[in-house]
Design a protein around this ligand. Structure first.
Ligand code: NAD
Length: 498
């Protein structure tokens, strides 16, 4: 069967997937679905499973199950719900290796990257254990005998639609905080990587009361049924910008709360006083890690002035990378369509006169969906690879004449997820962080992911909606602020109280 995965293991995953499909949540699609989609492993391109596409009726039954569970789940105390989250956390920890293997299998990450992503997901669950303290509302005496209390109550049935690039970590951006705050949830994994989340659902099926967490499968049709369902009160979406914008606009029209995170084009800037070795290693890790399929991945490196030594180091480190699933190797991209799209960008840049300093196109001859780490030194500022989200292990390098030109290029891109400055000067770092247009900024760190209690989220075309995800932004999104104003007047017959 799958390269590197024993046949019986591969079968096991297949069985677990289908069993869980009928086990978890009332609305989970099972054999009654009319359509199935094939799930392939990008390591070899072979089909490893089939995902049933939940119909409108499946979606309706999942949402009804969530709605039925809502009144009792939302009226429990935060402390009570935290007990479930603690067991959820323990269950994920106990299965972290198995879940990481699934991520390797269906997504193509290396084992180290997969395990890292599972652990990052578990960190959000850990944060949600603290919700009784974090989400405790304020109380204040606002005038004599009058107090105002702010409560954070659940929103209702929430839907989470997630992308392929982090099969467990991204769903965990919403799942623990939303249910910890008292909401009930319907999740839809990416149809390209449904196995990991399906396994999570089967692992936690006995932990939560029925209907609190529900899973449906499918593609955009299933997602649209979820968004349109009148009982759904809030939608979180993570995916490409074009779809995020559509989802956000549709939710606005339907008066639903929505947080839709979109794509990215992240710029790293290196100035002449940067630490060469550290910068080169960090840049290579950032653009090639997870085969460049991270919304926080480096995509463009702007050099302020010619920096041939830094470029030489980046070339050497990139050339040393090998294909594979072990640590310090680089895995495949998600599918052949992605591979061909990425190679198309490299071909086009070459035709426009760019230098292909490291060429990963030769990896495409391997069985599966491979494209090797590639470094393009652009001469033409209008090359598409410098502007579009390539979402593969490709670094576009451009030499700027000044720091202001670097800022001008970064600011001109419509996305706003991440940007980073490499420098050994605090003043230079501050100059750049004040001027970057992105929402998550790094100083000497090429994947500047904010950790809880900070929230995750870009700005501009990388995020539609009013809040961030995870951390305190997640709590804000998944709760309604209710204000209770109380007045106690001392009755005259209790004059002895004075
Ligand atoms: P995608 O937009 O193709 O799909 C994402 C999800 O939306 C999937 O579950 C898919 O089934 C569903 N979907 C597809 N078309 C839809 C439609 N018209 N209506 C409703 N739902 C629809 O994205 P992808 O290729 O799976 O993921 C990669 C993208 O996600 C990249 O652009 C990456 O930058 C982005 N991403 C962003 C963040 C962030 O925090 N901003 C995080 C992770 C990934």
């Amino acid at each position: 069967m799958t390269a590197g995965i024993p046949e019986q293991l591969s079968n096991f995953y297949d069985n677990a997937f289908h069993q869980a499909g009928s086990e978890v949540g009332k609305g989970v699609a099972d054999g009654s679905s009319v359509r199935h989609l094939e799930v392939t492993t990008p390591h070899t391109g072979k089909v490893i499973s089939r995902v049933p596409v939940s119909t409108a009726a499946d979606v309706d039954s999942a949402v009804r199950a969530a709605a039925a569970a809502f009144s009792s789940w939302s009226t429990r105390t935060y402390k009570d719900r935290a007990q479930y989250i603690i067991r959820f956390h323990q269950a994920l920890q106990a299965h972290e290796d198995e879940l990481a293997e699934l991520v390797v299998l269906e997504h193509g990450k290396t084992k180290e990257e997969a395990l890292g992503s599972v652990r990052k997901g578990i960190e959000t669950v850990e944060y949600a254990i603290g919700l009784p303290q974090i989400a405790a509302g304020r109380v204040a005496e606002v005038s004599r005998g009058v107090t105002c209390q702010e409560r954070r109550d659940a929103v209702g049935v929430v839907v989470s639609i997630v992308p392929f690039n982090f099969p467990i970590m991204v769903p965990m951006w919403t799942l623990p905080i939303s249910v910890g705050c008292g909401n009930t949830v319907v999740l839809k994994p990416s149809e390209k990587v449904p196995l990991t989340l399906n396994r999570v659902a089967s692992i936690i099926a006995d932990i939560f009361p029925p209907g609190v967490i529900n899973l449906v499968h499918g593609d955009k049709d299933t997602a649209q049924h979820l968004i349109e369902h009148p009982t759904v009160r809030a939608v979180t979406f993570v995916g490409t910008t074009a779809v995020a914008r559509l989802v956000s606009q549709r939710c606005r029209a339907l008066d639903k709360r929505c947080l839709a995170l979109g794509g990215a084009k992240n710029h790293l800037v290196a100035v002449p006083d940067c630490d060469l070795e550290m910068t080169a290693q960090d840049v290579v890790n950032s653009f090639s890690g997870c085969a460049g399929q991270r919304c926080m991945a480096a995509s463009v490196l702007l050099l302020v002035g010619e920096q041939s030594q830094l470029l030489d180091l980046i070339r050497e480190k990139t050339q040393a990378l090998q294909p594979g699933r072990d640590s310090r190797q680089v895995g495949p991209v998600i599918d052949n369509a992605s591979r061909d799209r990425i190679i198309g960008y490299i071909d086009e840049a070459e035709r426009s006169g760019a230098q292909i300093l490291v060429d990963g196109r030769s990896w495409a001859s391997r069985q599966g969906s491979w494209v090797g780490p590639t470094v393009i030194v652009h001469r033409n500022r209008s090359d598409r690879a410098l502007h579009d989200e390539v979402f593969g292990p490709v670094l576009s390098v451009y030499v700027c004449q000044s720091a202001s030109e670097a800022i001008e290029i970064e600011n001109a891109n419509p996305y706003g997820n991440a940007a980073c400055i490499y420098t050994s000067s605090g003043a230079v770092a501050e100059w750049f962080t004040k001027r970057f247009s992105a929402g998550m900024l790094g100083v000497n760190i090429g994947v500047p992911v904010p950790r809880e209690p900070f929230s995750f989220g870009g700005i501009n075309a990388s995020s539609f909606g009013d809040m961030d995800i995870t951390g305190d932004g997640g709590v804000e999104f998944f709760t309604l602020r209710k204000k209770v104003t109380t007045k106690w007047t001392v009755p005259t017959e209790k004059s002895w109280l004075h």
